[in-house]
Write a protein that binds this ligand. Structure first.
Ligand code: OGA
Ligand code: MN
Length: 293
């Protein structure tokens, strides 16, 4: 097998073949890690990893984040464990709808995520792609006035805020991210701890830029996402069962594309925790619902 890394035509993403992720030697891992830093999204078609092998692949990137107590891999799915499909109004479905907005994983946690590994198990007959957007290239493409304006700005990140905006009022403690911890405040411009590249750290969880009114803040954040998430900075993957993708949450946004919820879509997700030196929120504040309205 020869490891082959083929960049997409977008500014991020590469297709990686000629490797078995369940059996990585040190030299191959070094090549994959280098490609991860260069391309930020790596797509590995046809891996068919067991759950254990997916977790072990994730562990190459760092410590695994537990989204459910003691679980290192969780379903991202509209199918219940008994095989029946969820209704549109239930909480799990609302979280899936939330995933259709541009976001980065765990930015609402005190320690934001480093990477996410996602695999496809069951795919719908149409739709249901995942799309990524390159926040390094987006930052580079900003005009100098905007770069100067955002250089010192920060935003709060909250899953209460982002889910609230789509009408999902979850109870505290009801699922991952709905904690009572303080809401992290994160700079809009992030420096990648490995590559040193600047990127926009934005997405649906971000709100309430200190120093701006809520309306000004929302307008600025929305305009940044709209500008950032455009060609040539976006890439969508149409899944086949067995495909595995890993992305760098520190410099890309991602979203799920819609599909007919009368069909099953079963994905498995493993999240790699951020390194505290770079992903711990420097400042935070107590949850303030009024600031989120
Ligand atoms: C995720 C996510 C998108 C998708 O796994 O974090 O946002 O396409 N998934 O399922
Ligand atoms: Mn996600």
């Amino acid at each position: 097998m020869t490891l082959t890394i083929t960049p997409t035509e977008a500014t991020l993403g590469a297709i990686v073949t000629g490797v078995n992720l369940a059996n990585l030697d040190d030299a191959t891992w070094a090549d994959i890690e280098r490609a991860f830093h260069a391309h930020a999204v790596l797509i590995f078609p046809g891996q068919h990893l067991s759950e254990t092998a997916q977790i072990e692949f994730g562990r190459h990137f760092g410590a695994i984040e537990h989204l459910v107590a003691d679980r290192e891999i969780v379903p991202i799915s509209n199918q219940r464990p008994d095989g029946t499909l969820m209704n549109d109004d239930e909480s799990g479905m609302q979280l899936l709808r939330g995933n259709e907005g541009w976001h980065t994983d765990s930015s609402y946690m005190p320690l934001a995520a480093k990477a996410s590994v996602l695999s496809a198990r069951v795919v719908p007959s149409a739709g249901g792609q995942t799309e990524w957007a390159d926040m390094r290239a987006a930052y580079d493409a900003l005009d100098e006035v905007t770069k100067a304006r955002i250089a010192t700005l920060s935003a709060y990140h909250s899953l209460y805020y982002s889910q609230g905006r789509i009408g999902h009022k979850a109870e505290r403690g009801s699922s991952y991210g709905f904690h009572t911890h303080e809401t992290p405040l994160r700079p809009l411009v992030k420096v990648h701890p490995v590559t040193g590249r600047k990127s926009l750290f934005i997405g649906r969880h971000a709100y309430g830029i200190p120093g701006l009114t809520p309306e000004e803040s929302e307008r600025l954040l929305e305009s940044l996402v709209t500008f950032a998430c455009q060609a040539p900075r976006t890439y969508a993957h149409a899944w086949q069962p067995g495909d595995v993708v890993v992305w760098d949450n520190r410099c890309v946004l991602h979203r799920a594309r819609p599909f007919d919820h009368r069909e099953a879509r079963v994905m498995k997700h493993t999240r790699v925790a951020g390194e505290p030196a770079s992903e711990w929120a420097g400042q935070s504040v107590s949850l303030n619902e009024s600031a989120m309205a």
